[in-house]
Design a protein around this ligand. Structure first.
Ligand code: ADP
Length: 400
């Protein structure tokens, strides 16, 4: 049986390797399967699903032979992929890379010199970039000759004006790269493109997109371009997240280090892993578990989260002189009706009001005021596949 040429998308995290495969035919890439190897280095598990979410494969390892590295995780995925893709190698492999620095404002075909430049960005994202690059190296070894393409979480934000990118530090720090980069760019780009396809008016509109998952940020998008975002130099800034603190007076960090004698490692752990919803609730980082627990601590965590997200929505609207639509996406944004209701409470002065029944069933349109309020699924992997197709497509327009 002949299979269509495919695009493979890889997203390498600290202890997981996620993948998705798409048919590379004409038009938008069509999903074929997606899954992951998770628990690398502990108790790994491999799972794959079809385009409708149906289970295609599941494997755990007893005794030996379990994948322990990204290289071995990729080998596990590649050994299984022919069941769906056939024997032919993918036409291209797209990689999610967290940091493209100030330089990369678009996806790029990988080569040894480009890899060198991406390695130089490791100090800007020490917890993520090394894993992303390990995934690329593993894929390049497994599929020599197949184009490898990096798609950056920062790239979509490179349209921002300089005033949005700057901290109020002496200028030399900006020139040394101490600036706001922003993240979740592939998610924002996928939402902006989807809305533009749905409705040309939304394509040109002033949007605030709230990407609320384990990581959370918001982005002001005007005419399809990012103009401001809540995350800054690292993925710690902005609104509180599952375990990250979000915006924090930098004086607190100095106090923790100097007056309280904490080490850099201890402060890093506190701000990245013990704060946010988990720290505030003392229960969990998961909104569902916090809601189930209820009580004062749950109220504190969910109330604070909503308060900060609401402030950020109003602040981002200011950067565009108003807003036409608010869009919720990612795990919390797509599913947590209670969180959306808390966030929108008190935003009536901006023209935001919810239809409670539509909100309760996660309807695509949940607004009842002059500003549209939308719920849309994010599709970072699909965005990467689309970028890959665009980069490898023959450049027919340059022919005479
Ligand atoms: P990640 O950033 O890891 O990709 P997700 O976008 O999957 O995370 O978001 C995960 C979060 O979404 C969970 O922590 C949970 O709080 C929230 N979530 C998912 N489903 C629901 C639901 N049905 N109700 C409330 N919250 C939910």
């Amino acid at each position: 049986m002949s299979m269509p040429p495919s695009i493979l998308v890889l997203n390498a995290g600290s202890s997981s390797l996620k993948f998705a495969a798409y048919a590379a035919a004409d038009g938008p890439p069509a999903p074929l399967c997606a899954g992951q190897v998770e628990g690398l280095g502990a108790a790994p598990r491999f799972r794959a699903r079809g385009p409708g979410g149906e289970a295609l494969a599941e494997r755990r390892w007893e005794g030996g032979g379990a994948p322990a590295t990204h290289e071995e995780a990729l080998a596990t995925i590649i050994a299984w992929l022919p069941e769906v893709l056939g024997a032919a190698p993918p036409r291209a492999i797209g990689h999610r890379v967290v940091h493209g620095g100030a330089e990369f404002a678009a996806p790029v075909r990988l080569s040894p010199p480009v890899m060198e430049r991406l390695r130089a960005l490791i100090p800007l994202a020490p917890l993520h970039q090394p894993h992303n690059l390990a995934g690329i190296e593993a894929a390049a070894r497994h599929f020599p000759g197949v184009p490898q393409i990096a798609c950056f979480d920062t790239a979509f934000h490179r349209t921002q004006p300089e005033v949005a990118e700057r901290f109020a530090l002496p200028d030399r720090f900006f020139r040394q790269g101490i600036r706001r980069y922003g993240f979740h760019g592939l998610s924002y780009e996928s939402i902006a493109r989807r809305l533009a396809r749905e409705d040309a008016a939304l394509g040109g509109a002033r949007l605030v997109v709230a990407h609320l998952g384990n990581g959370a940020s918001l982005c002001a998008i005007a005419g399809g371009r990012s103009v401001a975002t809540s995350m800054g130099f690292t993925a710690l800034d902005g609104v509180p997240m599952g375990t990250r603190c979000g915006q924090l007076d930098p004086g607190v960090v100095l106090h923790l280090l100097d007056a309280m004698g904490m080490t850099t490692a201890e402060v890093t752990r506190l701000l990245y892993h013990e704060s946010g919803l988990k720290g505030l609730s003392g229960v969990s980082q998961d909104v569902r578990e916090i809601e189930a627990a209820g009580g004062e601590a749950a109220e504190r965590a969910l109330g604070h989260f909503a308060y900060r997200v609401r402030r950020e929505i109003a602040a981002l609207a200011t950067t565009m002189g108003g807003l036409d639509a608010l869009v919720f996406t990612a795990g919390i944004g797509e599913n947590a009706a209670g969180a959306r209701a808390r966030i929108c409470e008190g935003l009536g002065f901006l023209g935001i009001a919810l239809d409670p029944a539509a909100n309760a069933r996660n309807a695509p349109e949940i607004g009842a005021g002059p500003v549209r309020v939308l719920v849309r699924p994010t599709d970072e992997e699909g965005m990467i596949a689309a970028h890959c197709l665009a980069l490898i497509a023959p450049a027919t327009e340059t022919l005479p």
